[in-house]
Design a protein around this ligand. Structure first.
Ligand SMILES: NC(=O)c1ccc[n+]([C@@H]2O[C@H](COP(=O)([O-])OP(=O)(O)OC[C@H]3O[C@@H](n4cnc5c(N)ncnc54)[C@H](OP(=O)(O)O)[C@@H]3O)[C@@H](O)[C@H]2O)c1
Length: 300
């Protein structure tokens, strides 16, 4: 395999072709970053029209996931959830995985990731989970936070590519360890947004001084930067053009609750938030920015 530097066990990013599976919100931004870094990209997406922005930037459009993988050495998948990862990577394209390095960046359950790793390995591939914190702007700037799980030598092999997305890729342990950390962080996205939304609503809806509320909050230890990041959306009740939609926040909260219950943690305080987010399923809120949770906290 000419693309491997055996001396270091790392791949040469200038010599590889990447099969990018899933060009949704995050996948497109990651693909654009790879192209801007000079990578060669074979893109595949279920709805091919969503490949157009990357093709315009120089990516090749593959007719199937298996075709994309066959023409590449590395697979980067940014698909929506665990079931879809399994369906695309294993059921549809499993026959093309031999000899490939598979880097899965989707947020899925740690157990699903372990099953995926075993299935990839059975087919002769190498697997690394590499979920990320950050969204489209960070992907485009190469400042995502990547928390990998897998074998150290597979991580080392993937490092040159991961460094194009993040200044400091981290290996947190075996497959599953990266995702445990990722869903622990995403629980905070849900809980902080929910807590802020409820308090802001109380001040807003009772005719209070939102400016004073924010000044007091910013001057206190309770403040989190995400509050100001989302404030204008909440005040304008405008959640269009999402980077991270409500449907994925609900998915990630479900993943957190399942893992937390498995660990015997008491999730009672969080169960109500899950019920609230379930109310968005199948509604327009699902496709909006996750801070549209602010609409759910004011349903009367
Ligand atoms: N967006 C973010 O800021 C962000 C940040 C961190 C992690 N993540 C994680 O990254 C993953 C992708 O997120 P995203 O925001 O890019 O989601 P997205 O815009 O909803 O894209 C989802 C991708 O999955 C594909 N897909 C869905 N169902 C499929 C199926 N049955 N068969 C084949 N392909 C299917 C979609 O294809 P179609 O276009 O054909 O529907 C699309 O390529 C998720 O696990 C998410 O939690 C996202």
């Amino acid at each position: 395999m000419g693309w491997l530097s055996h001396a270091e066990g790392t791949l040469d990013p200038e010599a590889v072709t990447i099969a990018l599976l899933g060009t949704g919100l995050l996948g497109t931004a990651i693909g654009q970053r790879f192209l801007e870094q000079g990578e060669s990209l074979q893109g595949w997406n279920r709805h091919p029209e969503r490949l157009a922005p990357l093709v315009a930037l120089g990516a090749q459009a593959a007719a199937s996931a298996a075709d994309a993988i066959a023409a590449a050495e590395v697979v980067v998948s940014v698909l929506s959830d665990g079931a879809v990862c399994r369906q695309v990577l294993i059921d549809q394209a499993g026959g093309a995985l031999a000899g490939r390095l598979v880097i899965n960046m989707a947020t899925i359950a740690p157990s699903e990731s372990q099953e995926l790793a075993a299935a990839v390995s059975e087919r002769g591939g190498r697997f690394l989970e590499a979920p990320v914190l950050g969204s489209r702007p960070e992907a485009l700037a190469g400042t995502l936070q990547v928390m990998a799980g897998g074998e150290p030598e597979v991580f080392k092999e993937a490092l040159p590519l991961l460094r194009q997305l993040t200044p400091a890729p981290r290996l947190l342990g075996p497959v599953g360890a990266g995702l445990i950390t990722k869903i622990a962080l995403n629980q905070l996205i849900a809980s902080l947004t929910h807590a802020f939304s409820l308090s802001l609503h109380l001040v807003q809806d009772s005719g209070g001084d939102v400016g004073a509320f924010m000044e007091l909050l910013r001057g206190s230890a309770l403040y989190a930067p995400t509050f100001d990041k989302k404030l204008s959306k909440l005040l304008a009740n405008d959640f269009a053009n999402p980077n991270f939609p409500t449907a994925h926040l609900r998915k990630d909260l479900r993943l957190f609750l399942a893992s937390a219950r498995q660990q015997g943690l008491t999730t009672t305080g969080l169960d109500g938030l899950a019920v609230l987010l379930e109310q968005a399923a199948g509604t327009a809120i699902d496709g909006l920015d996750y801070s549209a949770l602010h609409r759910l906290t004011a349903q009367r």
